[in-house]
Design a protein around this ligand. Sequence first.
Ligand SMILES: Cc1cc2nc3c(=O)[nH]c(=O)nc-3n(C[C@H](O)[C@H](O)[C@H](O)COP(=O)(O)O)c2cc1C
Length: 181
Amino acid sequence: MGKKVIVITGSPRKEGNSLAMTEAFIEAANQKGHTVTRFDAAFANVGGCHACETCYQTGKPCTFDDDFNKIAPEILAADVVVFSMPVYWYSIPAQIKNVIDKLFSFVVGQKNIADKECALIACCEEDDLSVFDGVRLPIERSAALLKWRMIGEVLIPGVLNVGDIGRTDGCQKAAELAERF
Ligand SMILES: Cc1cc2nc3c(=O)[nH]c(=O)nc-3n(C[C@H](O)[C@H](O)[C@H](O)COP(=O)(O)O)c2cc1C
């Protein structure tokens, strides 16, 4: 049966490497009959978490109304959450980090966020796979805390410029992620 998939991206490069992999994943997931919603955080307005812990008290997920409130219901309803991003300074890009921080609203608001599947698509310039630690570990630990099951990670090193992903098997591996759920 088709699942609801939310894909949250972090790159501001529309033709970039992580978004090319994301598109390959989405195409494969659509072909398998899943329903995919995409949220490009770099082109949305999502502020940082204020840690006010008033989530849902005003009827909205986040009291500080921004585009997170538009995507929050899609995240809650999703069976599968896919994060896609480049590595920025050995870490998660600010563009997507605010979305991840605001997942806190589901915890504070006592929403049923558990029992999802989760995947990560990421790329970086350097060749050393440990460069991904600053992206991979927070996603894995956050998933574990939220009781989400990691179903796969596509981590592609050695890509710097737009188009570099075409010299790798990144898009193929991203498409194969759609076989895992
Ligand atoms: C602000 C910034 C910081 C970056 N930091 C790193 C880094 O710490 N390690 C690395 O290997 N690549 C780093 N890169 C390179 C990107 O990860 C790489 O170019 C990637 O392919 C970009 O993906 P995209 O095309 O999906 O945006 C950085 C790029 C930018 C713009």
